[in-house]
Ligand binder design. Sequence first.
Ligand code: UD1
Ligand code: MG
Length: 461
Amino acid sequence: MQATPLAGIILAAGKGTRMKSDLAKGLHPVCGLPMVELVVRAMREAGVERPIVVIGHGGEAMKQALGEDCDYAWQREQLGTGHAALMAAEFLAGYDGPVLVAPGDAPLLTGAALKRLAGYHRKMQAECTLASVELDDPTGYGRIVRDKLGLLTRIVEQKDAYEGVREIKEINVSVYCFDARTLFRLLPTLGKNNSQGEYYLTDVLAAIVKEGSHALVEKFEEPETFLGVNDRWQLAEADKALRRRILRKHALSGVTIRDPDTVMIGPDVSIGHDAIIEAGTTLGGKTEVGPGCRVGPYTIVDDSVLGRNCLVYMSRLSEARLGDEVKVGPFANLRPGCVLENRVKVGNFVEVKNSTIGEGAAASHLAYLGDTSVGPGTNVGAGTITCNYDGFAKHRTEIGANAFIGSNSTLVAPITIGDGALIAAGSVITRDVPADALGLGRAKQEVKENWAAQWRKRRKP
Ligand code: UD1
Ligand code: MG
């Protein structure tokens, strides 16, 4: 059986003046994703295959952020929400099913809430069903005006509200399900005789009622789901609310979150059971944390994969892949392109970039490994530096298995150190060292007996 089609329109052309920003409102991130993308995801979860996004301010950037999987309707002039919805008409010509409409600035919207709205709408075979919530302080929102029987008569905007209406606590959250034909038949008939001189989408409901049909209201209990972001404080509140929702989901699936007020986990992060996420830790992008890992405190991980039982302590990881039981930190910096195989240890003040470190190898202190491959079982001593850049190009350092790089060695790339080779501490190595050889590249030590005592005698006044 084919699923009943469901269309969706996201209104995101407005400027968002109160954000006081050069960035279009819908592009401001909440938990690391642009708000409008979170609305797109909610639409998809509800069953909308290709949401239509109405764009205007920052439209090109929005298209780029959302990609090919949406349709875009331009609204060149922002003449109101009714006018914005009308811009989507060409994409739905001939479509006579239900269409969800939501604003691009409602980052906490869920697929479940939209599904529930569309489900009720279908069941009742309504012309329009809108979502409502009750707020203790409804200031700023459109109020839902009902008649004596409790049926919706119209929505009155805050700016147009008169005595008696201002006191209504039930508000329009700007999330609707319309019969598409009814919507596009009535939208062109709207006037803009209101305090803002705009075409109000809300007036479609009054028009439906005027024709003798019903506009239904589905009341939701959790206002947070519909939180609209108009300024940066609401942005901060939305971020916090979504963050808690994400943390709670992980906690309930077996992850210990040590201090929820300071931990940030993006919407696309997965974490295995019995992992512990410590205070002050941010996990972003498409990060995967394996079971039993302990990450943090004060750690930032982006777009990385951690195997089982890894320990990452006060460090930063970006685009890294860790095997099992890898230890990182404190104060390690894994820049993009690092692969650390099972049981590798990268310790304090070690920076690694675009490098592979083989199983069980260690760089425990104070090192830079760039464009390097380190074989399994090798020990990289404290203070080892790979000189991968000659001022023009980057070069590779290849170190074999079970090698020993003495402390404070400088490996000038391109260079190869063979399996089992030993580099004497303090060497500057500029030529390849074959397997099992000793590479020694430092000035020969001299010892002058009694020299210091005599020097002191000479200097004494
Ligand atoms: C709207 C509703 C109000 C509701 C509130 C909920 C109307 C007339 N009012 O008011 O009843 O309580 O949302 O948050 O609909 N947009 C466009 N083009 C435009 C104008 C707006 O794309 O010409 C987009 C905006 O980018 C935004 C959304 O529509 O994402 C809502 O617009 P906004 O100006 O925030 O409407 P409100 O005044 O909040
Ligand atoms: Mg708004």
